[in-house]
Design a protein around this ligand. Structure first.
Ligand code: NAI
Ligand code: MG
Length: 504
């Protein structure tokens, strides 16, 4: 593997990026760019170097209170509330056009702040963000209700006319993690704007930059003041204040299962609506009859995409014993050739992990696995020098009860196990508290359907992995979360259904 230090970070940055970094220190509340109430700021760093990128306003409870009040005001503002659906759609499309105009800057900010390769930001995260907003913009004009075939049995002579309509749920708190800052935001912002909700966004403390820039573009597009508020800050302060707030009607969260549970508890105060997209530990099954080359390439991509910092990573590989050695050899070869380096350098195929804590976490998991008897075929260590780089890693000789097999590592670490029978492997695949995604590699269509039906996961990929589209609902079974994002049904999470019944 190329050493991280061999691939340097280019010193050139877009002028637009440099200029934004100078003005990133304020938060957006009610259409005003303001300091935090406490006056505090925190640093956001470049994980490829550990150097500071910018100082950002550090919001806490008081700022959240101000932002929620602004969002409530905007929700009740007729200019937003009663906007003609066609005008709402037009306005959101203007916002999207500005995102497209500034796609290079937003991609660069994303890579600088969270580390991922620039090609991933520019050709995956940003296009998917834009597609997501486009898809939902169209719902502004398509929020329809039903006319109901009403019949009331205890007043049979009377006639009633009844219909349903969808109304926006209200003020939505959005708590976003650092692995796909803009994309995971767009999955919430898209349906919220289309339905006429207003929002208080708390980006992850590690990656506030692209969200702040996005909020500038929303303002430039002409979204009314207070529709989008951004309060950067830490989870235990700003995040918890949103989850606890009595005037937040819904909280949309993506992040760890542990924090997801704390949000469930906090939300019980006012029974705010919740959508939760949490952790995963996806099984990836290579059956005996698989196209082996495709499975090798797919299994490599399934674990190392986004440095393994992706909730649906194919982190538990199960390969039929007859082809196990061949498949593992292929993945190890790919891993050893992967170029790890700063995301801003187009030569890098894998960037740094997000921060020191995440790097320590990955090191601890792998060291733990090693001491429990797992064998490391490639990788297994951090890179020396600056930045939070970890080597693409493959572990074998793992046992089902090892922590590396059970827990979400959120790093470029694959555990691989051979299997003999389909029944056994399906049982192992489902033996997890998570249920976000799964993969199957087979040439047998019938088997693909049968196995897909038996895997307890919100998304099942067959002969592919990490294929994402806004039309395809995404979310988890079991402790991987509540509800689905993407797809038309997500709109339901941002609306309340009202039944109106009229005596005729
Ligand atoms: P986290 O769950 O703590 O952070 C996600 C977001 O929640 C951030 O905006 C954070 O500020 C906020 N938050 C933290 N504590 C909060 C609280 N008490 N109330 C409200 N909001 C709160 O994730 P973290 O610590 O960054 O990463 C730890 C592990 O979580 C990772 O190693 C990974 O396993 C998992 N994770 C999963 C993600 C996913 O996409 N499902 C994304 C990020 C992390
Ligand atoms: Mg950062």
């Amino acid at each position: 593997m190329s050493d991280a230090t061999e691939i340097n970070e280019p010193t050139e940055r877009l002028e637009a990026t440099q200029s934004f970094l100078q003005r990133a220190g304020k938060m957006l509340i009610g259409g005003q760019w303001v300091d935090s109430a406490s006056g505090k700021k925190f640093k956001t760093i470049n994980p490829a170097t550990g150097d500071q990128l910018a100082e950002v306003a550090e919001g806490d409870k008081e700022d959240v209170n101000r932002a929620v009040a602004a969002a409530r005001g905007a929700f009740e503002n007729p200019a937003w509330r009663n906007m003609m659906p066609t005008d709402r759609e037009r306005l959101i499309r203007r916002f999207i056009a500005l995102i497209e105009d500034n796609i290079d800057e937003l991609s660069e900010l994303e890579t600088l702040d969270c580390g991922k390769p620039i090609g991933a930001s520019r050709y995956v995260d940003l296009p998917l963000t834009i597609d997501t907003l486009y898809y939902y913009a169209g719902f502004s004009t398509k929020l329809e209700g039903d006319v109901l075939p009403h019949g009331c049995s205890y007043t049979p002579e009377d006639r009633y006319f009844a219909y349903t309509q969808r109304e926006p749920v209200g003020v939505v708190g959005m708590i976003i993690p650092w692995n796909f800052p803009l994309l995971l935001l767009s999955m919430k912002l898209g349906p919220a704007l289309a339905t006429g909700c207003t929002c208080v966004i708390k980006p992850a403390e590690d990656t506030p930059l692209s969200t702040l820039r996005l909020a500038e573009l929303a303002q430039e597009a002409g979204l009314p003041d207070g529709v989008i508020n951004v309060v950067p800050g830490y989870g235990e302060t700003a995040g918890a204040a949103i989850a606890n707030h009595p005037d937040v009607d819904k909280c949309a969260f993506t992040g760890s299962t542990e924090v997801g549970k704390s949000i469930v508890n906090a939300a019980s105060g006012n029974l705010k609506r919740l959508s939760l997209e949490l952790g995963g530990k996806a099984p990836n099954l290579v059956l005996e009859d698989a196209d082996i080359e495709a499975a090798i390439a797919g299994a490599t991509m399934a674990i190392y995409t986004n440095q393994g910092e992706i909730c649906c990573a194919g982190s538990r590989l199960y390969v039929h014993r007859s082809i196990f050695d061949q498949v593992i050899e292929g993945i190890v070869d790919n891993a050893s050739k992967t170029k790890v380096g700063p995301g801003l350098n187009p030569a890098s195929e894998m960037g740094p992990l997000i921060n020191q804590a995440q790097l320590d976490r990955v090191c601890n998991y792998v060291d733990g696995g090693r001491s429990e008897g797992a064998e490391i075929l490639v990788g297994g260590g951090q890179k020396s020098g600056k930045g939070f780089f970890y080597e693409p890693t493959v572990m074998v000789n793992t046992k089902p009860d090892m922590r590396v097999v059970k827990e979400e590592i959120f790093g470029p670490v694959l555990t691989a196990m051979p299997f003999d029978s389909l029944d056994d492997v399906i049982k192992d695949a489902n033996d997890t508290i998570y249920g976000l995604s799964a993969g199957i590699w087979t040439r047998d269509v019938s088997k693909a359907h049968q196995v897909a039906a038996q895997l307890n996961a919100g998304t099942v990929w067959v002969n592919c992995f990490h294929i994402f589209d806004v039309t395809q609902p995404f979310g988890g079974y079991k402790q991987s979360g509540w509800g689905r994002e993407w797809g038309r049904s997500a709109v339901e999470h941002y609306t309340e259904v009202k039944s109106v019944c009229i005596k005729m």
